[in-house]
Ligand binder design. Structure first.
Ligand SMILES: [Zn+2]
Length: 447
């Protein structure tokens, strides 16, 4: 059977019980609806939409992203014609609220009442922040996926679509710490905890011992480090895992990836996520308390070996090194501990000085390539950045830079690193503007 059509619980049990993925997709975006339990279904999308049938209508958890909303609603409608009674956002990220316009249109077309839209109170200020930083958010999102910032003279100058689409429906009911609700005979509780965001909700169904977990469980290493985004909360995230376990969870319905069914599987996956985050946070704080610098900390703290190859902790999106930085930022300031960086000279001036000492920019470029070939890609990137900062229009420097970053991208696992390194390579390609070379380098490095 096609993996895309396999029952998510069956697939999930197999992966957790074996501890191996074996090439099976654990995060699927097939827009298909599967009934997981009596009256509970999921549409696997970007994010998933979870649906609970009740006597008064459907309760949906998350609306998926702007491009997926219509397909998600279509899948729901093949399963049930009941009115949509309540839509809950687990948090205000676009991939969870972006499809809400399609849910509202469906209610209108069917002449049903508009759904009650419920979320943590932090979702509203988040939407305000998105409007205030619309350009910034569009640029960093583009970079996260390997794109470059729009500059008029290379064809990307056309206005980007709004980061928060106008169609997104604002919650009409919010809460702060906890909210018990009953809809059509279904009792459930909304519980707030910080983790990936400050506005996160997990939903507890005590009768079914089920947690609708939002992004607290995503089947990849927790998005608790994200280099370009606002503060994440690794310690609070781990605490939320422990709270779900203490509540007695036997089923986890996540917003990304497969459902987790069975107490021992829930203990294993949630326990591993908590342990990973607690370890990174504790080790970082211990070094901070000894007065270590950020530089020392990021090169010393690492995930314990036994957690590194767990399929539910794969560093495919975010990664442990970035979580260390987020812990440092949460408890420290922005200064990295290097006195020169407190009030630095312009980067170009420092770089020109180094080039002068080296003798020429070519010496640096050659050394960067040599170091890259010998395998120290971190160091090679520093050297090539000095070269282009000293001579921003040097074609050879940019050719070497593009090559080094395509090479680095290929060696990385997380989307965040891959995206930023690809974006850097593309920036240099724009400077020397050689289409053919770009393509060959890309295909070479993507192999
Ligand atoms: Zn998400």
């Amino acid at each position: 059977m096609n993996d895309e059509n396999r029952h998510p619980v069956e697939l999930s049990n197999e992966v957790i019980d074996s501890g191996r993925v074996d090439g099976q997709p654990v995060n699927r975006f097939n827009q298909q609806l599967t009934e997981i339990d009596d009256g509970i279904a999921v549409v696997e999308s970007f994010s998933h939409c979870w649906i609970q049938k009740t006597e008064e209508g459907l309760v949906c958890v998350d609306a998926s992203g702007p491009q997926a909303g219509t397909a998600v609603v279509e899948s729901i409608r093949k399963w049930s014609a009941d009115p949509l009674h309540t839509l809950i956002y687990t948090h205000g990220h676009i991939d969870h609220v972006g499809g809400s316009g399609a849910f509202l249109s469906d209610s209108k077309e069917r002449k049903h009442n508009s759904p009650n839209v419920v979320a943590h109170e932090g979702v509203l200020p988040r939407f305000d922040r998105y409007r205030k930083t619309d350009g910034w958010n569009s640029i960093i999102n583009r970079r996260q996926f390997g794109g470059i910032r729009p500059i008029a003279n290379f064809g990307l100058g056309k206005a980007l679509p709004k980061f928060l689409p106008d169609e997104v429906v604002e919650p009409n009911q919010t809460y702060r710490d906890e909210l018990a609700m009953t809809v059509g005979g279904w009792d459930f509780e909304l519980r707030h905890a910080r983790g990936e965001t400050d506005d996160h909700t997990w939903i507890w169904d005590s009768k079914n011992k089920a947690v609708f977990a939002g992004d607290f469980v995503t089947w990849v290493f927790p998005n608790a480090g994200n280099p370009q985004k606002v503060q994440r909360y690794p310690i609070e995230w781990a605490a939320a895992m422990r709270d779900m376990l203490d509540a007695g969870a036997e089923k986890i319905y996540p917003a990304h990836g497969l459902p987790i069914v069975g107490r021992s599987r829930v203990e294993q996956v949630l326990g591993d996520i908590a342990e990973a985050l607690e370890h990174l946070a504790d080790a970082t704080l211990e070094l901070m308390n000894e007065g270590a610098t950020l530089d020392q900390i990021i090169h010393e703290v690492d995930l314990p070996e036994h957690l590194k190859e767990k399929p539910w902790l794969a560093p495919q999106y975010d990664e442990p090194e970035f979580v260390v930085r987020n812990v440092y930022r949460q408890f420290g300031g922005w200064w990295d501990g290097n006195a020169a960086n407190l009030k630095p000279a312009p980067q170009a001036q420092v770089s020109q000085e180094i080039v002068q000492i080296a003798g020429s920019v070519e010496v640096l470029i050659d050394r960067a390539q040599e170091v890259a070939e010998s395998g120290d890609i971190r160091l090679a990137c520093h050297l090539i950045e000095i070269a282009v900062a000293a001579e921003p229009f040097h074609e050879g420097a940019h050719r070497a830079r593009a090559e080094i970053y395509w090479h680095r991208r290929a060696a990385e696992r997380s989307l965040m690193s891959k995206g930023i390194f690809a974006s850097a390579a593309r920036e240099s390609e724009v400077v020397f503007g050689d289409e053919t070379d770009q393509k060959s380098m890309r295909s070479r490095s993507e192999k």
